[in-house]
Design a protein around this ligand. Structure first.
Ligand SMILES: NC(=O)c1ccc[n+]([C@@H]2O[C@H](COP(=O)([O-])OP(=O)(O)OC[C@H]3O[C@@H](n4cnc5c(N)ncnc54)[C@H](OP(=O)(O)O)[C@@H]3O)[C@@H](O)[C@H]2O)c1
Length: 280
């Protein structure tokens, strides 16, 4: 990874932190995208303490704001004519419905829309480097109910709301986005892959008081280490493009996603609606 530019969202915690640390160990220049500058700088210090040669930079963006994502895109485009790797990792869920200032349901906005926008904003830099996009998805996508008809309504927060349902839908969107990105670009120009990082003891389970979160929190001692997810991301960054392009991995193993992840019309519709909503 020497001289490679890696951008990792949600780099201050869990999978993102471990992946960023892994790339720093391999000699990459790592852009730690964090929504909280203090946590970003603390992450930079923590990795530098361990990896003396770490080449790190903190960049700010709260993914619940499309304005902040656009500002991040401007910063990245200004400083990096080439980006080798974009890890769309930042993710969360909300037990109760929460809307962003832009008027979108927060889970979908943070987990999909903002990463969709960021990828579009830096696409030229990714293409210049024959770069790779790694979308951190989840096995939760298997419970998704996302369909073509209610797509925009879901993104706009209409209809009944269920926290885990919204999370599952957003994680299916991550795979659909990966597949559509792969269809639009040849592997030698830009490669795209989705990954389930494992069921891991990260802070994601501490962010809500929903029954599922409380249950998962109780199981934390039996879950994998966050490093397992970080290692999977680093592994996928190093695999040949043809092996990973448009694929879904469970940690380091190639896996078959649920049938809706193969729905090309749904992927195209998601791309169309997402483009319209974020204005690209
Ligand atoms: N842990 C698991 O078992 C598991 C399983 C499957 C998939 N995943 C996926 O793995 C990815 C990473 O999650 P994790 O388990 O590592 O959880 P985590 O430790 O909670 O890390 C989530 C990261 O996302 C950031 N983030 C959350 N909301 C944000 C926002 N509005 N704007 C910008 N950044 C935001 C967090 O920043 P702050 O610290 O500032 O909040 C944090 O850096 C997610 O996409 C998740 O869906 C996790």
């Amino acid at each position: 990874m020497q001289n490679k530019i890696c951008v990792v969202s949600g780099a201050n915690s869990g999978v993102g932190f471990e992946a960023a640390r892994g790339f720093a160990l391999l000699g990459a220049h790592v852009v730690l995208v964090c929504r909280n500058d203090e946590r970003g700088l603390a992450t930079q210090a923590r990795i530098s303490e361990e990896v003396a040669s770490a080449d790190l930079r903190v960049a700010h963006a709260d993914f619940s704001s499309l304005t902040q994502v656009r500002q991040l895109g401007t910063v990245l485009n200004g400083d990096y004519p080439k980006i080798d790797l974009l890890v769309n990792n930042a993710g969360t869920f909300f037990a109760g419905r929460k809307m962003t200032a832009d008027g979108f349901e927060s889970t979908f906005a943070i987990n999909h829309l903002s990463h969709f926008l960021l990828t579009q904003l830096v696409i030229s830099s990714l293409l210049s480097a024959s770069g790779r996009v790694i979308n951190v998805s989840s096995e939760a996508h298997r419970r998704a109910k996302l369909g073509r008809s209610a797509l925009e309504e879901i993104i706009r927060g209409g209809g009944p709301y269920n926290g885990w349902g919204a999370y599952s839908d957003s994680k299916l969107a991550n795979i659909l986005f990966t597949k559509e990105l792969a269809r639009r670009y040849q592997a030698d120009r830009l490669s795209a892959v989705a990954v389930h990082p494992g069921v891991l003891a990260t802070r994601i389970w501490n962010r809500n008081l929903s029954p599922v979160s409380l249950l998962m929190r109780a199981f934390k001692p039996f879950m994998g280490r966050p490093a397992v997810g970080g290692e999977a991301v680093v592994f996928l960054a190093g695999e040949p493009s043809e092996a990973v392009h448009g694929q879904y991995y469970e940690k380091r193993r190639l896996s078959e996603p649920a049938a809706p992840a193969h729905d090309r019309e749904l992927a195209e519709e998601l791309w169309r609606v997402s483009s319209e909503l974020v204005g690209v």
